[in-house]
Ligand binder design. Sequence first.
Ligand code: DLZ
Length: 156
Amino acid sequence: MSINYIEGNTKPLSAKVGIVVSRWNSSITERMLNGAIKALNGNGISDEDIVVARCPGSFELPLAVKSLLESRDLDGVIALGVVIRGGTPHFEYVCDAVTTGITNLNLNTGKPIAFGVLTTDDTKQALERVGDKGNKGAEAALAVLEMISLQQELNK
Ligand code: DLZ
């Protein structure tokens, strides 16, 4: 008997992907959105298989993702937000709420939801994560594609 290795890749057979992007810190979240769309397109997902919804802040991401999944036939969702400690009096609460919410949604819906939420000390750190050295929105897009592909492999 040999070991059966199962893994996905960033090119699922087909995929319909939702993106929820927070308006708070929109100069950064919009760059993450552009990075995510570019990564999806670059891996064979065409624009007609992508739907983008906007929500007010990161705290609202879990409900917006849930509502999007309930209203559309999607294989996975990318949640994009930026929480900056310096400007957020209740930084820990917002981070905990969005992290727990997205984690629970992954497990309760069985659909992959990528956690593309930056939690940084200041705006400079956040900008560094959407610059030339890498875009966290694109990374989240690749994660959701790999998880969709893994689920397709497992269901074969
Ligand atoms: C209120 C607030 C603050 C102070 N900071 C941020 C932030 O850095 N990033 C973010 O995504 N959202 C922030 N918000 C908004 C909350 O996420 C939420 O939208 C409001 O509390 C309304 O529920």
